[in-house]
Design a protein around this ligand. Structure first.
Ligand code: ATP
Ligand code: MG
Length: 405
C-alpha cells in the first residue's frame, strides 16, 4: 500500500521525543491503526530522498521482536514514518504508570530485546544504537518489540542537528568516542533492565539533594566550557543548554525545570567539575573545534561545538537553575558531565543484592562490563542461565498486560 498524508486520520498522541511526535492514526483506506512518527528534518530534498531509500530496509525487518514498518514518506518539513502501533506503549510509560517492574517480566524484556538485537544483526547487520525503555514497546497480545533502530545513516545525521538529549544510556566506550558496536547496545540494555527493575533511572535518586548548595560565581571561567560541552553533548549547538536537557514535558516551561522525579532527560546542567576529562578525544579536540556537527558522527556522541553568542548568559542561567543528579544510594550530587565521567570512571551500577536472584544480578553485571571486550554479545547473552530460565519458564505476558491501565 502507498501511504499518503491525506489517508491518515489522527486518533491521539502517543508521545513526544526529541526528534518528533508520535501519534496513533487510522489509515482510512485499509482501516488499519498505525503509529505515525513525524520527524523534523533539516535536509535538502536529495538527502530526504536518500533517507527514504535507507528506511526501506525496514520493510525487510520481519520479526516478532521488531515493530513492523508500513512505510515512510516526506511530509515537508517532516519525514513521516508509519509503523505498527503498540497499544500498551513503551516500557518507560509502563513503569511510570505502575512502578518498578517485576523481575520475571524484566527477564522477558531482556529476552525479547536480545532476540530482536540478534535478529537485526544476523539478518541485516543492523546495530540498534538507541536501546532504552522508550524504544521497547509492549502490546496487549503480550509481545515485546523494539523500535527506532538506526537503519538510516542520513537520518541519524539529519536528526543530530536538532537532537536534544542526554544520551545517558551511552556506554563508556561511546562516551570516549569509540565506534558503535553491538556491544554498546548490550550496555544500554543493562542500564535499561536496572531502570525497569528499580522503577527509576539507576544513576539518579534522592530529590532532597537537588536544591543543595550551588555557588553562584558569575565570573567562573569554567562556565563557558560547561556550555560548550553541554551543547556538544546534546549535538545541538544552536539550542540553549537549558532546553537541551529539559524533559519533553518541561521543555516549554522553564518553571517546571528541575521539579519532580529526576530522570536523565531532566538532569540539568551544572558547572563542570574543576577538571574535565570525559574523554581525551573530546578534550583534545576542544581547541580546534568550531564546527557544529561532524558529518557521520552518530547521534548523541559527545562532541564539542562553538558557543552561542550569549553563552555566558546561558551558563549563568544554568548555574542558577542547576541541580545535580543524585547518585544511587550515595547521596552524592552530580552534573551531567560528572555523570558521564562517572559512567567512564566508576564501577557500573548493579541490581541491588537481596531483592533479585543471583542469575539476574550476574546477567546485568555481564551487560555492564566496562570494557566492550569483556562484555558478551547479544547472542552469547541468550545462553546465560537467566535467559534460559526465562525462556523455559515463560511468563503470562497477556495476563500481565491486562494489569496495565
Ligand atoms: P527519543 O526522542 O529521545 O528517542 P523517545 O523514544 O521517547 O525519545 P519517540 O521515539 O519520538 O521518542 O517516541 C515518543 C513516544 O511515543 C515513546 O516514548 C513511546 O511511548 C511512543 N511510541 C513511539 N512509537 C510507538 C509505537 N509504534 N506504538 C506505540 N507508542 C509508540
Ligand atoms: Mg523512540
Amino acid at each position: 500500500i502507498e501511504l499518503k498524508s491525506e489517508d491518515l486520520r489522527a486518533v491521539c498522541e502517543l508521545g513526544q521525543g526529541n526528534g518528533g511526535t508520535v501519534s496513533k492514526v487510522l489509515h482510512v483506506p485499509t482501516g488499519k491503526t498505525m503509529a505515525r512518527k513525524l520527524v523534523l528534518i533539516d535536509a535538502k530534498p536529495a538527502v530526504r530522498k536518500q533517507i527514504l531509500r535507507e528506511l526501506q530496509i525496514m520493510h525487510d525487518c520481519r520479526s516478532e521482536y521488531i515493530i513492523s514498518f508500513f512505510g515512510a514518506f516526506v511530509a515537508d518539513p517532516h519525514i513521516c514514518i508509519c509503523m505498527e502501533c503498540a497499544d500498551k506503549g513503551s516500557f518507560d510509560q509502563i513503569y511510570k504508570r505502575i512502578g518498578a517492574i517485576d523481575v520475571d517480566v524484566v527477564a522477558q524484556v531482556a529476552l525479547a530485546v536480545l532476540e530482536g538485537l540478534t535478529y537485526l544483526y544476523d539478518a541485516h547487520r543492523i546495530i540498534h544504537r538507541d536501546i532504552k525503555p522508550s524504544n521497547i514497546l509492549f502490546n496487549s497480545a503480550g509481545q515485546i518489540k523494539l523500535c527506532d533502530f538506526g537503519v538510516s545513516g542520513e537520518l541519524i545525521n539529519s536528526i543530530a542537528d536538532t537532537f536534544v538529549g542526554t544520551s545517558t544510556y551511552m556506554s563508556p566506550e561511546r562516551i570516549q568516542g569509540a565506534q558503535y558496536t553491538v556491544k554498546s547496545d548490550v550496555w544500554s540494555l543493562g542500564i535499561t533492565l536496572i531502570e525497569l527493575a528499580l522503577g527509576r533511572f539507576p544513576f539518579s535518586d534522592d530529590d532532597s539533594e537537588r536544591d543543595s548548595d550551588f555557588s553562584e560565581d558569575e565570573s567562573d571561567p569554567d562556565a563557558d566550557i560547561a556550555h560548550y560541552i553541554a551543547n556538544g553533548l546534546s549535538s545541538a549547538s544552536s539550542v540553549d543548554t537549558e532546553r537541551s536537557f529539559a524533559s519533553r514535558d518541561s521543555r516549554d516551561s522553564e518553571e517546571s525545570f528541575g521539579e519532580g522525579t529526576l530522570s536523565p532527560r531532566r538532569a540539568p546542567i551544572a558547572l563542570p567539575p574543576p577538571t574535565i576529562s570525559i574523554s581525551s578525544a573530546s578534550t583534545a579536540s576542544h581547541a580546534d573545534t568550531d564546527s557544529t556537527t561532524t558529518p557521520g558522527t552518530s547521534r548523541g556522541a559527545p562532541k564539542l561545538s562553538a558557543p552561542n553568542a550569549n553563552s555566558s548568559a546561558a551558563a549563568k542561567k544554568n548555574r542558577r537553575k542547576s541541580r545535580g543528579v543524585s547518585l544511587q544510594g550515595g547521596g552524592m550530587t552530580m552534573s551531567i558531565l560528572e555523570l558521564l565521567q562517572h559512567i567512564v570512571n566508576e564501577p557500573a551500577p548493579t541490581l541491588p543484592a537481596g531483592r533479585y536472584g543471583a542469575a539476574a544480578q550476574d546477567f546485568v553485571a555481564k551487560c555492564l562490563e566496562k570494557r566492550p571486550e569483556d562484555r558478551p554479545s547479544p547472542k552469547e547473552l541468550l545462553g546465560e542461565p537467566w535467559m534460559r530460565s526465562a525462556r523455559d519458564d515463560g511468563y503470562d505476558l497477556v495476563a500481565w498486560a491486562e494489569t496495565i491501565p
